[in-house]
Structure formats: C-alpha cells, structure tokens
Design a binder for this molecule. Structure first.
Ligand SMILES: [Zn+2]
Ligand SMILES: [Zn+2]
Length: 437
C-alpha cells in the first residue's frame, strides 16, 4: 500500500507539498510557502504543517522538487531545521534557487541534480523526471514507482508549443509513462476553470514592442524574477528600442545574473545599468525591470509607488507594465499600488488592457489532452482553490475516468493506493502553520 498526503496546495494556491509513504519510508514532493495577505499583519510566511513528519524525520528518503517557484521550494529551509541532510533532488535551476535559500539560512544542504529523462533510485522509491513547460525554466514532472503503485505528479504545467527555450512539455515521454501505468495522477488545477488553451509566451514580445513604441519617458516592467523567458523578451525589446536595462529589487538582482551564468537568458552586460547610476541617463533610454508585481509591500515597485525608493521616482507619462498575473488574494495590494502610480501620472498597462501576460498553467482543453495521453487509473487534482479542484475533477470524469477514481479532498486528505485503487481514508486536522516575522 502507498499512502499519499497532500499537506498543502489543495484549497489555497501556495505551500505545495505532498508526502508519499511506502512501507514506513517517506518521499516528499515539493515544499513550498504561501505568503500572507494584507489582513494578516505580523505573519511572515505560511507553511504546510509538518506535524505528520514529527518523529519521522529519519524515515524521509528525499525531497524531490518539480520547479523553483516559492510555492514549491520556499519551505525548504524550515523543513531542513528538523533534519539538515535530507537529500534534495531537482533540476539545475531549481536547485540553484534553493541553494540561495539554504545558504542564507547557513544550512549545509545535500543536493542531487537531475534533468528530464533521468531516473533516480532511492531505497524505496524510483523517480523518473519528465520535461514540462511552465513560467520558470527547468520545470519537471515526477513519476514515482514503488512496489505497490505508481504516481505521476505533473508539477505546475502548461503546453506552450512554441516556448522561448523550445523545451516543450514532453508529451511523448508522458505517453511512455502511460504505457508503464499511472495509478494516481496528481495534476495542476490552477486554470481548470479557464476554457480553451493558453496563448504562447512568444506573443508577449509583440505586445511589449507595441507599448515601447509609444513610450516617451521611462518604462518600468514588473514581473517575477524567476520568469526568465518573460525577462528575456523585455530585454530583447529594450535593446530594439535602444534602452538600457536596470534590474531593481533583491530577487531580480540575484536571479537574473544567476540565470545568465546557467545559460538560461542572454544579454549584453553593457546594456545593464545600476539603479545608483540611473540619473546619468535620460528617461527615454531606460527600462527598469522590477520586483513587486504582486503588490508585496517591501518590494521595489511598492517603494517606487510610495515615493520611498532612493533612486527611482515616477513622473508624468512614465509607463508601468504589470507583465504578470494577479495571484488570487493579492488584488487589493496590487490595485493600491496601481492607484498610487496613476496618481503620480504614470500610464499603466496590465493584463486587463493589454496582452502582456499569459498564464503558466494549462487551461481546460490542455488538461483534457493530458488526461487522454496519461490515462491515469485514479486522479487527485492539486494546486488550486476549491473551485479549480472541482472543475478539474469534472474534466477528469469527462474523459471517462470513473467518479469513484477521482479523489475529493483538500489539504491534509489521506489517500491510500492499493491494487490500483485510490481511496480517501482520513483527514489530518491541521494543515497550516503561520510563522511570525
Ligand atoms: Zn509554479
Ligand atoms: Zn505553483
């Protein structure tokens, strides 16, 4: 019997983590964090409840990571406080981002680097890694085999057929996995309510080009620092329009040079200027790529909007581009910043008035393709708010997967997998731990 317990990510988007247990041995898939909303002052971060692992730390064979977003890796330093040498398995870029965190926490973490197509054998679990396309480079799906069952976790996934790095979701590999058998499919639900397919990332460049063409003053673009392909396109368009680029915000200044070192982004370093020297350039020659797309109060864009930034001010006709989505729950903080910027005279573009963002998660038609290619025996929709999980269950059933094989449940649901049949058997009482800052 294999036991599967998603500790987070089912009910809220954030703090994704799943415990897989076979014969008293444990494999963890992802270990993410969730950030507090405005109405939770004093809370620094929200973690999955590690209570189930108490007294079991030495049973953990590894943590395997799908990709490097905070909602999948942000809880690792807290996890390692319980046992520092839990092996951490992931792709090159994912591990580079985790390493930043464990080094900051002065932890001597043990890393095992893998890439798509690799297999890795632990004492109780065999892992196989599949390339998937998402809004961060180097993302992987993970296929876990143990004597009593097979589990495929898609991680965050989309099916962009023309991604910037040409690394598409490997449907061919998924069909080979399907032939081996998938007893339980854990599948991304984020966009299960969205009809159709997600447009290609490549379309963003044209839209940026259009906005840049009409800009007369400085341009600020905000995005996640880890969205390397979005940032690549911003830099490409900046070059075309003869503008210098300034990276602003800690994660931007750290992540982009790291991605360049790993060959994931390319630019001429002579285009890059520091915010310290930004005053030496005329406004129409500058693009600032900043953190803070989710309205985070301490991030660069928030400081710029409040007039608290030491070097960057916003004036009439400056252009601000939110090249990002609004993560549910962050609406209030983002709109507050947009209003502050508007009052300063900025022209604002976001996904409401321009095609400046595409999602990193497969929409419903693409999820149907995945069900039909992977042909799972049982399904557990993950990574979503309740409405997304429920929509994804219906998609699964519409492809012919029997109702009783589509798992219901939120964080902390305990699922047993035996002889190819999954079944909800229990529910953990607590699933969330708020860490005060
Ligand atoms: Zn992600
Ligand atoms: Zn995620």
């Amino acid at each position: 019997m294999v036991r599967v317990i998603p500790l987070g990510g089912l009910g809220n988007i954030g703090r994704n983590m799943a415990v897989l247990e076979y014969n008293r041995r444990i494999l963890i898939l992802d270990c993410g964090v969730m950030f507090p909303k405005d109405e939770e002052p004093g809370v620094d971060r929200i973690l999955p409840d590690f209570g189930y692992l108490e007294g079991r730390w030495n049973d953990i064979e590894a943590v395997a990571l799908t990709h490097g977003h905070e909602d999948h890796i942000g809880g690792i330093p807290d996890l390692l406080k319980n046992r520092e040498n839990i092996p951490i398995i992931g792709s090159q870029f994912t591990l580079a981002l985790v390493k930043n965190k464990t080094e900051e926490a002065h932890q001597n973490a043990q890393f095992i680097e893998v890439k798509e197509g690799d297999t890795y054998t632990l004492p109780s679990f065999k892992l196989e890694f599949i390339a998937v396309n998402h809004s961060i480079p180097d993302a992987l799906a993970i296929y876990v085999t143990c004597p009593d069952g097979t589990i495929l976790n898609t991680g965050d996934i989309k099916l962009d057929q023309t991604p910037i790095d040409r690394r598409i979701t490997d449907l061919n590999h998924f069909s080979k996995i399907a032939a081996k058998g998938v007893d339980l499919l854990m599948i991304d639900s984020t966009n299960a309510t969205m009809p159709g397919v997600v447009p290609t990332e490549r379309g963003i460049e044209k839209e940026l080009d259009f906005i840049f063409s009409s800009a007369t003053k400085k341009i600020v673009v905000t995005s996640f620092a880890s969205h390397i392909h979005r940032i690549q396109q911003i830099i490409t368009v900046a070059r075309k329009h003869n503008r210098y680029v300034c990276f602003d915000g800690r994660s931007m200044q750290k992540t982009i040079p790291l991605a360049r070192e790993l060959g994931l982004i390319s630019y001429d370093p002579s285009m890059i200027v520091s915010s310290k020297n930004i005053g030496d350039y005329p406004d129409h020659r500058i693009v600032i790529i900043s953190t803070g797309s989710q309205g985070e109060p301490m991030a660069a864009l928030s400081r710029i909007a409040k007039g608290n930034h030491p070097k960057i001010t916003i004036n009439e006709d400056d252009v601000i581009i939110f090249a990002s989505s609004i993560i549910p729950g962050n609406e209030k903080s983002i709109f507050k910043i947009m209003n502050q910027l508007a009052l300063l005279g900025a022209i604002i573009y976001d996904s409401h008035n321009s095609k400046i963002h595409v999602s990193g998660h497969a929409a419903s038609t693409e999820l149907l393709y995945l069900y039909n290619i992977i042909k799972p025996k049982n399904v557990l929709p993950i990574h979503g708010e309740p409405m997304h999980l429920i929509a994804n269950r219906k998609l699964a059933e519409s492809t012919g997967i029997p109702h009783r094989n589509v798992m219901k449940g939120l964080d902390g649901v305990v699922i047993n997998l035996k002889n190819g049949q999954a079944q909800v058997i229990d529910q953990l009482p607590n699933t969330m731990v708020k860490v005060l800052g």
